[in-house]
Write a protein that binds this ligand. Structure first.
Ligand code: DPX
Ligand code: MG
Length: 561
């Protein structure tokens, strides 16, 4: 086979394990899309717009480890940038692949369409550099293999997005054949000396404590260290708490699991168990204003050990080039048992109260919706929750072993969940996929439900219609938090058009909701959207407390310089 730049790229996508890539067509990428289509092991999946395309690739990366979005220059690329920046914040290797102008139009007096009507054609590359870990513009077939490999290798190693622009007249140019993929996917090893020193220092840290506790953050997954975290936790024997963004990254049915650490809005007992500890082992954690509830819940000081993706800080020392996976398994072999925090948590553990369903004809409430969704969560389920009260509604859901929870908590861009759920469902067709999405968020990217219909994906969407931007209401209210109501359930018929099998249902009481869920479970030919209608004031108590603290943090006056 003779390779072209585009088929070289396709081969690399296939070799890193992708079975799909997401795309929106445009004249600068059409030849590239043709070239990608020559690879029979890769399927091209289309999106309604480039923002959604980026988010779809992001959701796919959550399910499959990496994702790719192919867009056209500038008008497409600039839309995708929000999603790509989100992938950066969320530590997901998403490849943003953009067509680019013809090489003959560079450094000439030609003006090209889809540009700023200036002669600068580098601005998209320059913007991409800010939100990716590697950004290349391919304008020579000879350089293409090196540039493409560099971008993909860097993305996979750093678990961050990368940008590859390919000039439209280079996409089908003959190109070298790709070599083995091993060098590209290989992880950088830990430095053995630094690793040994870090493990020894951490073991000393634990030896000096009576009641250490483990706190797991969302970078644990990026580090590929979930299994090693369990090994280490079992060797230590302590209580294990997780941050909100890391829900499900440590099995919730594990006997050492002690809940979600999220200050005053976390699960019962989790904050106390961290506050009472004399040593907090923070593993892959991200502390920001939201995750610390307006800076009110954040372990700090000498009693904190921090193990990040590639460095460890403990007892005043800082060890670089230490991979989290290696560190955790090394420590699992070395650490002494310290189970006091777990014993203590078992004493204060609050068993959930027995559940009472609402009367089936009583007006629908948020707790009743949550109660019913809980029963849908199986070991092969993934629950995606959109920014908004859905974060808090999702947080309290007990996840059976194997169930996954997805949240975009660092970037927090509303609209993420519809296309991310689509991308996730394309990547994980055997899972039961459930999304909880607020009305306001849904309005940003609603059209991607049409792609779920097109691919017959049996996703279940709970559209939480509380008539507005409730999370913002709790932070700071005003007329801007009111939104136009839509007929959300009715929208599905619009997207179905002549051939779709999606279903849209509205529930205003518990009985209707239960029936709608049964319809959803029986619908294998497309998504089911269940619009759950409840009061504007019906929000979680956690959101009210959290909103108050975030408002206080936002309102801090600037300090005199
Ligand atoms: C905004 C947010 O309806 O959820 O449960 O009612 O809050 P709740 P909705 O989906 O409303 C979401 C809304 C407006 N955030 O409350 S969280 C500001 C914002 C953002 N991302 C983007 N624009 C604005 N987070 C892209
Ligand atoms: Mg809302």
């Amino acid at each position: 086979m003779t390779y072209t730049v585009g088929s070289y790229l396709a081969a690399r996508l296939e070799q890193i394990g992708l079975k799909h890539h997401f795309a929106v067509a445009g004249d600068f990428n059409l030849v590239l899309l043709d070239q990608l289509l020559t690879n029979k092991h890769l399927e091209q999946v289309y999106c309604c717009n480039e923002l959604n395309c980026g988010y779809s690739a992001e959701g796919y990366a959550r399910a499959c480890g990496a994702g790719a979005a192919v867009v056209t220059f500038s008008v497409g690329g600039l839309s995708a940038i929000n999603a790509v920046a989100g992938a950066y914040a969320e530590n997901l290797p998403v490849l943003m692949i953009s067509g680019g102008p013809n090489t003959n139009d560079r450094a000439t007096d030609h003006l090209v369409h889809h540009t700023l009507a200036t002669h600068d054609l580098s601005y998209q590359l320059e913007m991409a550099k800010k939100v990716t870990c590697a950004a290349v513009a391919v304008i020579s077939a000879g350089d293409a293999p090196g540039q493409i490999d560099y971008a993909i290798r860097t993305a996979l190693r750093e678990k961050k997005p990368a940008y590859i622009e390919i000039a439209c007249n280079i996409a089908a140019a003959p190109c070298a054949e790709p070599g083995p993929i091993s060098g590209i996917v290989a992880d950088e090893p830990s430095d053995p000396e630094a690793l040994q020193a870090a493990v020894t220092a951490a073991a000393d840290f634990v030896r000096g404590k009576k009641k250490p506790v483990v706190l797991i953050g969302s970078k644990l997954r990026a580090a590929g260290a979930e299994k090693q975290a369990v090994e280490f936790a079992e060797a230590l024997g302590s209580a294990v708490t997780v941050m909100a963004a890391a829900k499900s990254f440590f099995p919730e049915d594990h006997p050492q699991f002690a809940g979600i650490y999220w200050g005053e809005v976390g699960s019962p007992g989790a904050r106390q168990i961290v506050d009472w500890a004399d040593g907090v082992m923070c593993i892959g954690t991200i502390f920001n204003d939201y995750s610390t509830v307006g800076w009110t819940a954040m372990p700090s000081g000498d009693n904190v050990l921090t193990a990040d993706v590639d460095r460890v800080k403990v007892n005043g020392s800082d060890f670089g080039c230490v991979r989290l996976r290696d560190f955790l398994s090394g420590l699992a072999r070395t650490v002494e048992k310290r189970d006091a925090s777990r014993v203590q948590y078992d004493r204060i553990r609050v068993e959930p109260p027995p559940e009472h369903g609402a009367r089936s004809d009583a007006k629908l409430t948020r707790p009743e919706v949550i109660r019913q969704i809980r029963h849908l969560l199986t070991t092969d389920s993934t629950l995606l929750v959109e920014t908004g009260d859905s974060w808090f509604n999702g947080m309290g859901m007990p996840m059976p072993g194997g169930a996954r929870f997805e949240i975009e908590m660092q970037w927090g861009s509303i609209g993420w969940s519809v296309p991310a759920t689509f991308g996730y469902a394309v990547g994980a067709p055997d899972r039961r996929i459930i999304a909880m999405i607020g009305d306001g968020s849904f309005q940003l990217t609603a059209q991607e439900v049409a792609q779920m219909i097109r691919r017959k994906l049996p996703v279940i969407i709970f559209l939480m219609n509380n008539h507005g931007y409730t999370i913002e209401v709790e932070i700071h209210d005003g007329p801007y938090n009111n939104i136009k109501n839509w007929d959300y359930a009715g929208l599905i018929e619009v997207f179905n058009a002549e051939d779709g099998r999606g279903k849209g249902l509205r529930a205003t009481n518990g009985g209707e909701l239960a029936e709608a869920i049964n319809v959803a479970l029986a619908n294998h030919d497309g998504p089911t959207l269940i619009e759950c209608v409840f009061d504007r004031n019906d929000c979680s108590p956690e959101l009210i407390s959290w909103g108050r603290q975030v408002a206080i943090a936002n309102e801090r006056a600037s300090r005199p310089q």
